[in-house]
Write a protein that binds this ligand. Structure first.
Ligand code: AMP
Length: 215
């Protein structure tokens, strides 16, 4: 299964993508995660991209992201299926993706504005594996330590109020047009998720599986 997940920051796509990847045995390709890893490793491109774009909530130029994704998708591990998370984010990226691979479904995660703000304001992320936690109801068992890989769990530098406001604005301006783009192609499935993952996760995953035609 070859999937794209769309949704504004805080709509839940990261959390549910982690679950789908595990349950459906798919490769998780998160462009944001790839950039954060490159920067963490001290890679010159990663450091430049982090300073100029990520830390300010700005989009990395299309040509840089497209070539990164093209290379990642050419890897053999993608043949059995993947979830693209955070790509495409512009119409130019969507057109480029169409020339690289055929996508089966695009899942659009939606949530009300107040839910989005409360999710982002308490969000913490593992620096190593990208696992998402939340201060309110999904803390790691040991403070600051990832349950899955033992990595350091921190608030992302672009999860501050100013960068989040910019990311939401850019999402509405550049990424939201992709909703119609994929709707017209008959690929879009929409999910409104205002409930907490902590208490309603299984029910929501069942809804997503149904949308994907999996029992
Ligand atoms: P994310 O983890 O998906 O929220 O992405 C974090 C940041 O990485 C974004 O705010 C952008 O600066 C950059 N980024 C990730 N994916 C893309 C993309 N497809 N196009 C442009 N910038 C991206």
């Amino acid at each position: 299964m070859k999937l794209v997940v769309l949704g504004s920051p805080g709509a839940g796509k990261g959390t549910y993508t982690q679950e789908l990847v595990k349950r459906l045995n798919l490769v998780h390709i998160s462009t944001g995660e790839i950039f954060r890893h490159l920067a963490q490793e001290g890679n010159p491109l990663g450091l430049k991209v982090k300073e100029k774009y990520l830390s300010q909530g700005k989009l990395v130029p299309d040509d840089v992201v497209i070539s990164l994704v093209k290379e990642r998708l050419s890897n053999n591990d993608c043949e059995a299926g993947f979830i693209l998370d955070g790509f495409p984010r512009t119409l130019e990226q969507a057109e480029a993706l169409q020339n690289i691979v055929k996508i089966d479904t695009v899942l659009l995660f939606k949530a009300d504005d107040d839910v989005i703000i409360s999710r982002i304001s308490g969000r913490m992320t593992c620096q190593d594996c990208g696992r998402i936690y939340h201060m309110k109801n999904m803390n790691p068992k040991q403070e600051g330590v990832c349950d899955i890989c033992g990595g350091e769990v921190l608030i992302r530098s672009d999860d501050n109020e100013e960068a989040v406001r910019d990311r939401l604005r850019i999402y509405r301006e550049k990424t939201a047009p992709l909703i119609n783009y994929y709707r017209k192609k008959g690929l879009l499935s929409e999910l409104l998720i205002n409930e907490d993952f902590g208490t309603h996760g299984e029910m929501i995953i069942a809804r997503i599986m149904k949308v994907l035609g999996i029992n």
